[in-house]
Design a protein around this ligand. Sequence first.
Ligand code: NI
Length: 167
Amino acid sequence: MAILNILHYPDARLHTVAQPVNAVDERVRRLVDDMAETMYAAPGIGLAATQINAHEQIIVIDISEDKSELRVFINPRITASSGEQMCEEGCLSVPGIYEMVCRAEKVTVEALGRDGQPFVVEAEGLLAVCIQHEMDHLKGKVFVEYLSQLKQGRIKNKLKKRLRETM
Ligand code: NI
């Protein structure tokens, strides 16, 4: 396994739209495993392939306390959603920034697992937020794009300034 480099906002590659996975083969399983290792090392609770510059529809999530419940979603589709919730979100691609975003309270998601088998999950609360956040990445959307232009500008400047300071 390997820890992969995570793209940081406002990297234009984060706006790439991911393609569906044709077959869950050995290559895809290796990518899933590398993504999981990268997410745990960060540490984070979710990672989309877009964030490691692989533009395929793959997401890994683990919201458990002890990091023992890895969830893998390949070619995820939201087939139903209901309600609303406000949640403070962060993102491994937007380090140090936490902002409130409004999401559906419940979502039903169909996807393929790491074994290539289809499954359906009805998610609510944090898991529902996380799935929606990661699925946005696959569409080329970063959570800060839900914020006002003014706020987005401030976040961009902050991240660029931080980048200069670490160089
Ligand atoms: Ni994110």
